[in-house]
Ligand binder design. Sequence first.
Ligand code: 26A
Length: 337
Amino acid sequence: MSSYVLFGLENPLLDYYVGGEDATLQKYGLKSNDAVLASEKQMGIYKEACVSYGAGGAAQNSCRAAQYVLPPNSTVFAGCVGDDDFARMLRESNEKAGLRSLFSVDPSTSTGVCAVVLSNNNKCRSLCTNLGAANNYKLNNLKIPEVWSLVESSKILYVGGYHLTVSPEAMLELAKHAVEKNKPYIMNLSAPFLSQFFKEQMDSVVPYCDYIIGNESEILSYGEHHGIETKDVGEVALALASVEKVNKKRSRAVVITQGADATIVVQDGEVKTYKPNHVPAEEIVDTNGAGDAFAGGFIAALAGEHGIDYAITLGHWLGQECIKVSGTTLPLPKKQY
Ligand code: 26A
């Protein structure tokens, strides 16, 4: 039986880059740095001319990034796709990255697509997602023996917060397994809208999390919608870290990236900061996926049983390598840290 170190779950999406920068943002009522689910009025964006496309899906990106630094065949990623060319492209790019795709297939609808609009010299990215088949992942898909046996043999579990809109039941099933076997359970906050519109689902999963990764706007949104009266990132992170845990054998760390500014880590009541290296503006090609690559490096280090300091360093390094190339990919041939 195969066994993988890291089991990831979320939405397998194809990223569809649309040009036009500010004009496109305005046309579809999008903010320059945000992530939303497409409304009816925004569906036209997927008919705009495509500048380029590539594998996306936040947690899928992180699993590919983790595989970049882990030994071969360490990672597996589950989600739902359609029976179409987009799904074939995702399988192909995961295979190239060494990530095993564990896709459920819903032939009645198409693979999910995320429209990406870059602006402000590629420093900002706006994401507008039509989940398509990804929205149809169910607890049953996780429980089929071929999938569940890989959950059981994995050492570490990673769920994208974006899955809160799809199957919190599947996220909780993984979470309960993690507690039972005392495996690290990691969730990403993924986007500000989740703490606002999927608060109940978020609050059902947080107690199981040993690590919560996010960025400054996501943690501030968490604070705003949980009655935490401060705009101080460290203080909101402290409040999130102190939510009662189910697994008492592990403490919780909350890790907040802030682009080029220092990453904040809260654990055991302490706030620490870690400054990433400077990347000159002329080397930044595409910031899409930087946070996902960070998460991938962070998780890979934990999977290798490294401490949090090394996990942050590896995360920063992968985040920086990701923004120097187009798409959510990492440089090939592989660089070594
Ligand atoms: C449910 N939503 C909105 C999403 C996403 C998403 N991944 C999963 N679910 N919206 C955007 N993304 C992905 O985020 C990556 C950048 O962090 C995009 O596909 C993009 O690759």
